[in-house]
Design a protein around this ligand. Structure first.
Ligand SMILES: CC(=O)N[C@H]1[C@@H](OP(=O)(O)O)O[C@H](CO)[C@@H](O)[C@@H]1O
Ligand SMILES: [Mg+2]
Length: 556
């Protein structure tokens, strides 16, 4: 790193002094916290993303300013690798180090060491870095984005491009497309969704179409960016009647009493929905539209909703994909294609039983989509979902090329109209529709909708795939959540010593009891999850485990 470069970082970092007494960690999904304290973090992640681009031959890297389902006064930042996936976990320690560097000099020294270790050069012979920056609708987003731009710009020769207000998955999709040399604008994203949706609609068997009159879908946009983007997309979609509420334009506050996180955790109606909507098919997105859950109001006697969470969306997708694979009649090898599903410890036990019953390979990963994504990528078709509604379907490159050649073969043999050809075409359309980079509520909604139309199913019928075991989640505020250390699958606590034995004794008291604790990676809390055969038991088990957490760790 030469003197001019050092001077550039020293000068710009003076603009963003680090707040006192804040310890930042890249966490489950990037840095998050009170927006007022984040400028220096975003500036520094701007530097990191420029270095990441240089490391990967000046490929485009994405920077997304969002705190997803957190309250509106929070914000956050996450990095999209050139592949469109999350930032490589190998770089997270560096992200932590520079975010916490206490002075401009320390920052420079950390960057210098890291560049040496990673053999990153900034110089005339290299092309500069390119970083695309997006943000959600939070009011703090604009000034944070400027801080990110200044961070990128402090690495000489780098270009920062402001892509504007986007959903997180849109930015990931655009970055992935750009680096694959494909059309990568927001319009291209919309066009890709509407074309592949249309294709799947056209492939619906006519008997499926007759069974169900297409009823209106109600969408809760969490007062965030997702509802606004569906509004933009709606014009180019036929066969989908959708009404969008909580777009954020009608005075509602982001994530307050609305959105996928609220509906999934509280299992009650979001603001803007009422008894007039009994029986309607409803979907809820989160603040940055990478999560999706469905729900309906079963009767007009309570606020409670019937929730169709990420597990149920995963089950619907798995069923549909399996049906298509089964139709590949004459190809034993590909019929055996490895279709696998990935869940976390938060998956409802009944969903896991159901998926295993379907004959699927079910594997578990740690919380956080980066962990699920990695495992799903090991299959020909890997479907992953967190119970909270974040997930997608990954198709391996080799499976996709097989599909392409199979489609050609069948057409050449005059079997263009065969069931097998249709199944191949459906799988190809799904791979285009569903966001291969990250979970995406927009593409998720479209896939759910077209599968329901294909099967001729109502939301109630879909809900009957299996019955959720009653569950309860609680957040416990403690002085130091890092005092909880878990096993790699997060189902057992190794520390504090003795707490797991105490939890086990509680679990034993309940039929189908299951419970675990883990420190949140996005909030300053310890999370408690419990499941049992009745809601009262799940609540009571969760409460007693929460008490244990308080007595072992103290309450704050
Ligand atoms: C129980 C739960 O819902 N945890 C969420 C939450 O992580 P925590 O580490 O539990 O705070 O936010 C993550 C990012 O959105 C998401 O991936 C994850 O599933
Ligand atoms: Mg989100």
């Amino acid at each position: 790193m030469d003197e001019i470069q050092i001077a550039s970082i020293l000068k710009s970092s003076e603009l963003f002094p680090i707040p006192q007494g804040v310890k930042l960690s890249y966490g489950t999904a990037g840095f998050r916290g009170d927006a007022k304290l984040l400028e220096s973090t975003v500036y520094r992640v701007g530097i990191l993303s420029a270095l990441r681009s240089l490391k990967l031959g000046s490929a485009t890297v994405g920077l997304m300013i969002t705190a997803s389902h957190n309250k509106v006064s929070d914000n956050g930042i996450k990095v999209s690798d050139p592949s469109g996936f999350m930032l490589s976990q190998e770089w997270e320690p560096f992200a932590d180090q520079i975010a916490n560097a206490s002075s401009p000099e320390e920052l420079v020294s950390l960057i210098r060491k890291f560049m040496e270790k990673e053999e990153i050069a900034i110089g005339e012979n290299n092309k500069g870095a390119e970083v695309w920056l997006g943000r959600d609708t939070r009011p703090s987003g604009e000034s944070l984005l400027r801080a990110g731009e200044i961070g990128v710009g402090s690495i000489l020769g780098s270009v920062a491009i402001d892509i504007g207000i986007l959903t997180t998955p849109q930015l990931h999709w655009m970055v992935r497309a750009k680096n694959k040399g494909l059309k990568a604008t927001e319009n291209d994203y919309f066009e890709n969704l509407s074309t592949s949706f249309r294709c799947l609609i056209d492939l619906i068997p006519s008997s499926g179409n007759d069974k169900l009159e297409i009823s209106k879908l109600l969408v809760d946009g969490a007062n965030g960016v997702g509802g606004q983007k569906i509004e933009e997309l709606r014009g180019s979609l036929s066969n989908l009647d959708v009404e969008i509420r909580n777009t954020g334009r009608d005075g509602g506050v982001l994530n307050e009493g609305v959105g996928a996180d609220f509906v999934q955790k509280e299992k009650v109606l979001p603001v803007g929905f009422g008894f007039k909507d009994v029986g309607m098919r409803c979907a809820s997105l989160d603040g940055d539209a990478d999560r999706l859950v469905y729900f309906y109001i079963p009767s007009d006697s309570s606020e409670k909703v019937e929730l169709l969470d990420g597990d149920k969306i995963l089950s619907l997708f798995a069923l549909f994909i399996k049906e298509q694979l089964n139709a590949l009649e004459d190809d034993e090898e590909r019929k055996q294609s490895r279709l696998g599903v990935v869940q976390t410890a938060y998956a409802n036990g009944a969903s896991t039983d159901y998926l295993k019953h379907l004959g699927l390979d079910v594997v578990f990963a740690k919380t956080g989509v980066k962990h699920l994504h990695e495992k799903a990528a090991e299959f020909d078709i890997g479907i992953y979902f967190e119970a909270n509604g974040h997930g997608t379907i990954l198709f391996s490159e080799s499976f996709l090329s097989w599909l392409v050649s199979k489609q050609k073969d069948l057409t050449a043999k005059g079997q263009g109209g065969s069931e097998e050809h249709k199944a191949v075409s459906r799988l190809m359309a799904v791979s285009n529709l569903i966001n291969q980079a990250v979970g995406d509520a927009l593409s998720g909604v479209l896939l759910v909708e077209v599968i329901l139309q294909h099967l001729g199913w109502s939301i109630e019928k879909w809900n009957e795939l299996y019955k959720d075991l009653p569950s309860r989640q609680i957040k416990v505020e403690v002085p130091d959540r890092t005092a909880v250390v878990t096993t790699s699958e997060e189902t057992e606590a190794l520390r504090p010593m003795g707490i797991q034995d105490a939890i086990n004794s509680e679990i034993k008291k309940y039929s189908r009891g299951r419970a675990f604790i883990r420190p949140s990676g996005t909030e300053d809390v310890v999370r408690v999850y419990a499941e049992a055969s009745t809601q009262e038991d799940a609540d009571s088990l969760a409460n007693s485990v929460a008490q244990l957490v308080k007595s072992f760790l103290g309450s704050s």
